[in-house]
Design a protein around this ligand. Structure first.
Ligand code: AMP
Length: 449
């Protein structure tokens, strides 16, 4: 049997040259299946998370089809439309398409919210081959008659489940309704909640279905570890772990924007170059932080889930879940940031007493127990103990109303209690903090929620 290459998949020469320059030697599984299907004109449903190579999977056939018998777009028109949930992802998709299409003569632009619209209007005035957009701003510009969708012949929705999470699904539906019926469509999503299934019925025609990681399954190559650590000691633990020089490119996830800032400030104070990225920062500040991280000037990027969505940085050595996400799917997305494109990675999660229910949800969807590791932190200081006992303030542990009883399990009734006595991994006896997790913290959580 011959090995699959981009050439055997039918990719044309100018694109092959660009891929070779990027050292893409072998197509990833989603590329192997999607490229021929898309070149032959099928619609596609891709169940895949970032890191699987899905951008090239849809990007390569898109570029190839647009460049064959190229007809220039009319004013304000786009021939291909790609919708992405976040600004970062939109920018990244366009960057990737420019890379793969560098030897083609196609016009592309990005339309996103949060920045002045005038440049975007100007960029659209003579039309483009490919438009990458976030839904809200695009809808706005369409309503202002600055963008026309009547020439779109290829339509792609990326990270559809995140669109849903972020409340954009209505905008997506409105946009779908404006598109010509005769078109090729693709939808990519890491998970398939009911609303997305419905959307696929409305926008795809007999799609080829390609699922590269089964729903909810964690990227297999990621080594996952868990520390039970009281909230007031999390920063200390992070600093301890960062003494390990192999943690050279680290994304730290927090649940809140405020939390992201605080962790980044703490790290900066202790001499670790860290940048925070979250929705309260301007687009420019976010891009700057991302560039610092991508170029290795910042060792740590502290991010919230939404801001990190779609961030494509290779060679991330570690993902640290400083706080566990209250949506278990986010855990899968988070750890997918490491071990991209065939690499290996490590995901480390911190879990305090208020997060036990989240842990249980996560372990349910990844269908495994995360390996528990002991830490060597000293006993809680008096001050930390007080912090621990104070009722949680909203910013630190906002649980977004997501009840710990979801799924019928009892709060805190998970892992810790099940730890065998005398387990070498049982973390806390050493610093005396274990009883705090076991005692009434869950009551506190209820009152803070
Ligand atoms: P994506 O899932 O599209 O976000 O891609 C994940 C990462 O894999 C990106 O950094 C791509 O540059 C990289 N990548 C995609 N396809 C290949 C390939 N065939 N060979 C090597 N790297 C790839």
């Amino acid at each position: 049997m011959t090995d699959v290459t981009f050439q055997t998949l039918g990719v044309a020469e100018p694109i092959l040259r660009a891929l070779a320059a990027e050292n893409y030697t072998t197509p990833t599984p989603i590329q192997t299946r999607a490229i021929p299907a898309l070149l032959s004109g099928h619609d596609l449903l891709g169940i895949a998370q970032t890191g699987t190579g899905k951008t090239a999977a849809f990007g390569i056939p898109l570029l190839q089809k647009l460049s064959i018998g190229h007809v220039p777009p009319g004013p304000k028109q786009a021939k291909a439309l790609i919708l992405a949930p976040t600004r970062e992802l939109a920018v990244q998709i366009e960057e990737s398409l420019r890379t793969y299409g560098r030897y083609l003569n196609l016009k592309m632009t990005v339309i996103l919210g949060g920045v002045n619209q005038n440049t975007q209007i100007r960029n659209m005035s003579r039309g483009v081959d490919i438009l990458v957009a976030t839904p809200g701003r695009l809808l706005d510009l369409v309503q202002q008659k600055q963008v026309q969708l009547n020439a779109v012949n290829t339509f792609i929705v990326d990270e559809a489940d995140r669109m849903l999470d972020m409340g954009f699904i209505r905008d997506v539906r409105k946009l779908v309704a404006m598109l010509p019926r005769e078109r090729q469509s693709m939808l990519f999503s890491a998970t398939m909640p009911d609303d997305i299934v419905k959307l696929t019925h409305d926008m795809l025609r007999s799609p080829e279905r390609i699922e590269v990681t089964p729903q909810g399954k964690t990227a297999d190559r990621v080594e996952q570890k868990l520390y039970f650590v009281p909230a007031p000691q999390k920063r200390q633990l992070l600093s301890e772990l960062l003494k390990d020089v192999s943690m050279n490119r680290v994304i730290v996830f927090t649940r809140t924007k405020h939390g992201a800032n605080k962790v980044a400030e703490h790290l900066s104070r202790t001499g670790v170059v860290a940048e925070a990225i979250h929705g309260n920062k301007s687009q420019n500040a976010r891009q700057r932080a991302l560039d610092m991280f991508k170029t290795g000037k910042a060792r740590v990027l502290v991010a919230t889930d939404i801001a990190a969505r779609g961030i494509d940085v290779d060679n991330i050595s570690h993902v640290v879940n400083f706080e566990l996400p209250n949506e278990p799917e986010s855990y899968v997305h988070r750890i997918g940031r490491t071990a991209r494109a065939g690499g290996e990675g490590i995901a480390i999660s911190f879990c305090d007493s208020s997060e036990r229910a989240y842990l249980k949800d996560i372990e349910r969807i990844i269908r495994m127990k995360i390996e528990l590791v002991a830490h060597n932190l000293p006993e809680l200081t008096e001050e930390q103990r007080k912090q621990q006992e104070e009722p949680r303030r909203a910013h630190g542990h906002r649980h977004g109303g997501k009840p710990q009883n979801k799924g019928g399990h009892k709060p805190g009734g998970g892992r810790g209690e099940g730890l065998p006595h005398g387990d070498p991994h049982a973390p806390a006896k050493r610093n005396g903090s274990r009883p705090h997790w076991h005692r009434g913290n869950d009551k506190k959580r209820t009152s803070a929620a």
